[in-house]
Design a protein around this ligand. Structure first.
Ligand code: PMV
Length: 324
């Protein structure tokens, strides 16, 4: 037996609601045009092989019985644990070879780990002919994220699976697509790699010291996500931008912005953005700005003046799909 399939899943950008979404509040996320591709082959020999040059994993190989055991290179973790979780749930035992390649750098914070996890569960369910709807695939992929990170909302897994622009509540309690075609977003990459788990832990420490204040911040973020959902569906970019600015203020309060992110955000606003904020955990990675066609180039120049790199992305794209 030897069967293979190639699948791809999009990266993501958090629009509003990061951090609060880890604690039972909603967020808005959009899937971006840059995709992760994975070719998955199953065969009789009980081995797991991974070739993921983008994250410097080349020729990684182990016996299927050792999967999830021992030292696992960082770049192999999500793929390896996703396969382990799949085989624990569905007792097939074929060898698996995974070859991944990404259209975006793992450094951007576009969610390469969750996109590759989604590719694995989708591909294995297809290869073994198990009918799993998106919610079942979500639960499997989300378990993998929790096994590795300990915490996280799963918003990135949902974006990779469902695509589009989603209203999402912690752990997939609500996953609701927004009725929108695309968003006039500009990305500013800070050049600094953020560690999501460290930032989540930092926020959780802050909330231990100031539980009432942090709880109130989450409630305010929850409110602005609800308003943001309506604004985006109405294409009211002015209001959506203002809400992004307010959200950025709360993220500053949570202590996850940095001087460089803030500098890029202020340059984007001064160049005429409707609004700008950091996107994701903070500490680095990217900012997003909402722009009109006329201000787009000025905003990119502003972001570059603050030492960032402007990146053009397509938003609201299709979720995981079979390529070959
Ligand atoms: O750093 P990113 O882009 O993976 O975003 C993390 C967003 C958080 O809300 C902080 C965590 C989460 O899992 O929702």
């Amino acid at each position: 037996m030897r069967k293979h399939i190639t699948v791809s899943a999009p990266g993501k950008l958090m629009l509003l609601g990061e951090h609060a979404v880890v604690y039972n509040h909603p967020c808005l996320v959009t899937a971006v045009g840059q995709r992760m591709r994975a070719k998955i082959t199953i065969f009789d020999k009980p081995v797991f092989e991974l070739h993921a040059p983008d994250v410097k994993v080349i020729g990684y190989k182990k016996h299927l019985n050792d999967i999830g055991i021992g030292d696992i290179p960082k770049g192999a973790k999500f793929v390896e644990i996703a396969i382990k979780n799949f085989y624990e749930q569905y007792p097939f035992k074929g060898g698996v070879k995974v070859e991944t390649s990404s259209e975006f750098s793992a450094l951007f914070g576009f969610g390469s780990s969750s996109a590759s996890t989604v590719c694995i569960v989708k591909a294995l369910s297809m290869l073994y002919n198990i009918r799993l709807d998106n919610k079942k695939l979500f639960d499997l992929a989300y378990k993998t994220v929790l096994d590795i990170q300990g915490k996280g909302s799963g918003f990135d897994v949902a974006a990779a699976l469902y695509g589009g622009t989603l209203y999402f509540v912690t752990a997939g309690k609500v996953i609701e697509p927004l009725d929108v075609k695309s968003l006039p977003l500009i990305i500013g990459y800070s050049g600094i790699k953020a560690d999501t788990v460290i930032l989540m832990n930092q926020v959780s420490e802050l909330s231990k010291d100031y539980p009432e204040i942090v709880k109130d911040l989450y409630v305010q973020i929850d409110r602005l996500v609800e308003l943001g959902k309506t604004a985006i569906e109405k294409k009211d970019w002015q209001s959506a931008g203002e809400l992004m600015n307010i959200n950025q203020g709360y993220l500053e309060s949570l202590g996850v912005s940095t001087g460089k992110l803030s500098a890029m955000i202020y340059e984007a606003r001064e160049a005429g953005a409707y609004g700008a904020k950091l996107s994701g955990a903070g500490g680095g990675d990217c900012i997003i700005a909402l722009s009109s066609k006329e201000t787009k180039q000025k905003i990119i120049t502003g972001i570059e003046k603050a030492g960032g790199k402007g990146i053009d992305v397509e938003t609201n794209v299709e979720g995981v799909r079979i390529e070959l």
